[in-house]
Design a protein around this ligand. Structure first.
Ligand SMILES: *[C@@H]1O[C@H](CO)[C@@H](O)[C@H](O)[C@H]1NC(C)=O
Ligand SMILES: *[C@@H]1O[C@H](CO)[C@@H](O)[C@H](O)[C@H]1NC(C)=O
Ligand SMILES: *[C@@H]1O[C@H](CO)[C@@H](O)[C@H](O)[C@H]1NC(C)=O
Ligand SMILES: *[C@@H]1O[C@H](CO)[C@@H](O)[C@H](O)[C@H]1NC(C)=O
Length: 489
């Protein structure tokens, strides 16, 4: 989900709305869904899920299949692109599209040729392409009486007239939205065929053709061609490929904040090995169970209900979010613990970030943080991950107070790229577990092809374009200076 930082940083990262699906606008004879997504810095797509497959997941994929290498670009650091995107080919003849990869949402959608207010250019330096159904010989509109439509929306679409398109609307936490209709077309992907080798393969996938974008989705800051949701629901590309027997329902990412890009692969990773923690059943996102937080050697003294899972509570992994968000009490306790290592600092708020001047290596001056999860799985976050610099020894912290984002999200713990990067993160949806290990995301992993049982090396990628964003206006405006303890208590 969210995940994206506009080059003009918003004063408040609105990130969370209740996720719900409801019908409206039925007069046109097609079901339009108002889908609000849960947690986002900004643009998570919504969740079209009917609570479904998790229990069946592990039985689904015994017939599958090979591995897919998805080339990645971007850097999930606020001062750079703030997001990761993948390149995929769609249509016949195939064209390349650059889509943000998002584990916090389900569907794949692209800006469509019929689009009003779609971005024409991107500050990311990506060449944008609008999807043109009429110029693809393999593309078809999905009508509201097709099974994809009814199963996505959990039943027949009221008022559906034969041949009317299956529509969708997604509303984001920042007030932007995308509306369009579903199409089915060929997606081309890199099937892993040997060590460091891929072959082009094709599968038919249903995705959204976005013809009306509003808010920031229509602007060129951070514009991409669409969003590729890696959620668990049947509507995701991953689920569609798995049910077609092309892949197992397993994927992994390694998001590289050092060199950009990284690894994004579908398939069964055999190397490196990771320790896993269970996914919370029947949740729309990748919820896991946080037990405690350790800073330096010391555990934070926090009430245990702060870690409970429930509606608008709990801990979520989200590659579509750039930063990490904690409930206010956890945030303040964490900040006090971190900055007790440097009692002399004075703080400034710059565009909503808590910043300070520091010379020297942050990894020497600040503590390592460890999030402890169910089954004794640890997620370490190092100072160079949770602090980012704008240059000139000016540093800011990537942790954010959830309470400042939105009312509904105030109790959420949302771990975005800041917490997930420079690690191989494995999502094994067949066994309903996720796991990770510190990893060099510029290197390679080994994936097993379940057809031949061969093990193949899959390399990192760094899709490169014009390069860095010009971030304007991130000068350390010293709008306010506080002593630490005045500020947090
Ligand atoms: C395809 O072409 C037809 C006829 O030219 C046009 O009416 C329709 O809007 C086009 N559809 C899309 C999705 O571009
Ligand atoms: C999702 O797909 C699986 C396997 O194809 C199917 O058994 C299940 O009923 C689907 N769930 C929904 C809600 O359509
Ligand atoms: C990471 O892997 C790349 C590619 O193998 C290698 O060039 C680089 O030196 C490695 N970085 C570290 C810190 O080991
Ligand atoms: C990755 O690409 C970015 C631009 O897209 C570039 O700035 C960076 O140097 C590249 N990294 C490597 C290791 O080539």
């Amino acid at each position: 989900m969210d995940r994206r930082w506009p080059s003009h940083w918003p004063p408040h990262l609105l990130f969370l709305l209740l996720s719900f699906i409801s019908f409206f606008d039925l007069g046109s004879g097609t079901g339009v869904f108002r889908v609000q997504r849960k947690y986002t810095d900004r643009t998570h797509i919504a969740d079209l899920r009917a609570h479904d497959v998790r229990r069946h997941g592990r039985f689904l994929s015994s017939v599958a299949a090979g591995a897919i290498d998805i080339p990645l670009g971007g850097i999930g650091v606020p001062t750079e692109t703030g997001l990761y995107y993948a390149e995929i080919g769609i249509g016949t003849p195939s064209k390349s599209y650059y889509v943000q990869v998002d584990t916090g949402s389900d569907i794949l959608w692209l800006n469509c040729i019929t689009c009003k207010h779609c971005p024409k250019k991107s500050d990311l330096g990506i060449k944008l392409t609008l999807y043109d159904l009429n110029s693809s010989s393999s593309g078809n509109i999905v009508s509201c009486d097709e099974s994809f439509c009814s199963s996505t929306y959990g039943g027949e679409i009221p008022g559906c007239i034969h041949d009317a398109p299956c529509q969708y609307t997604v509303l984001y936490g920042d007030g932007s939205s995308t509306t369009g209709f579903f199409v089915t077309d060929n997606v081309q992907y890199n099937h892993v065929s040997g060590n460091h080798q891929t072959k082009i393969a094709t599968a038919s996938v249903t995705f959204g053709c976005g013809d009306q974008q509003s808010g920031d989705l229509g602007s060129s800051a951070e514009a991409v061609d669409g969003i590729l949701g890696f959620g668990q629901s049947n509507s995701s590309m991953l689920s569609q490929l798995a049910s077609a027997g092309k892949v197992r329902k397993m994927f992994s990412h390694c998001l590289d904040t050092k060199n950009g890009g990284g690894i994004f692969a579908i398939g069964h990773v055999v190397q490196p090995k990771v320790k896993t923690t269970p996914l919370v059943p029947d949740m729309p996102h990748y919820n896991i169970i946080l037990k405690s937080i350790q800073v330096g050697g010391a555990f934070l003294n926090l009430p245990t209900d702060i870690f409970e899972t429930g509606d608008n509570k709990g801990t979520i992994l989200d590659s579509g979010t750039t930063l990490a968000y904690l409930p206010e009490l956890a945030f303040k306790t964490l900040m006090n613990a971190i900055f007790s290592y440097q009692p002399g600092l004075s703080f400034h708020t710059t565009q909503g970030f808590l910043c300070f001047e520091f010379s020297g290596r942050v990894d020497d001056g600040f503590p390592k943080i460890i999030f402890h999860f169910e089954d004794s799985v640890e997620l370490p976050i190092y100072p160079h991950d949770y602090l980012f610099t704008t240059g000139n020894d000016y540093w800011c912290t990537g942790f954010q107070n959830s309470a400042l984002q939105s009312k509904e999200g105030k109790d959420m713990i949302l771990l975005g790229d800041m917490a997930l990067s420079n690690k191989l993160v494995v999502y094994d949806l067949e066994n309903q577990v996720v796991g990770w290990t510190d990893y060099n995301c510029s290197s390679s992993i080994k994936i097993q092809d379940d057809i031949s049982t061969a093990v193949y090396t899959v390399d990192a990628h760094n899709l490169s374009f014009a390069g860095r964003l010009e971030i304007e206006g991130f000068i350390p405006f010293l709008m306010a200076t506080y002593l630490l303890f005045n500020f947090f208590l």
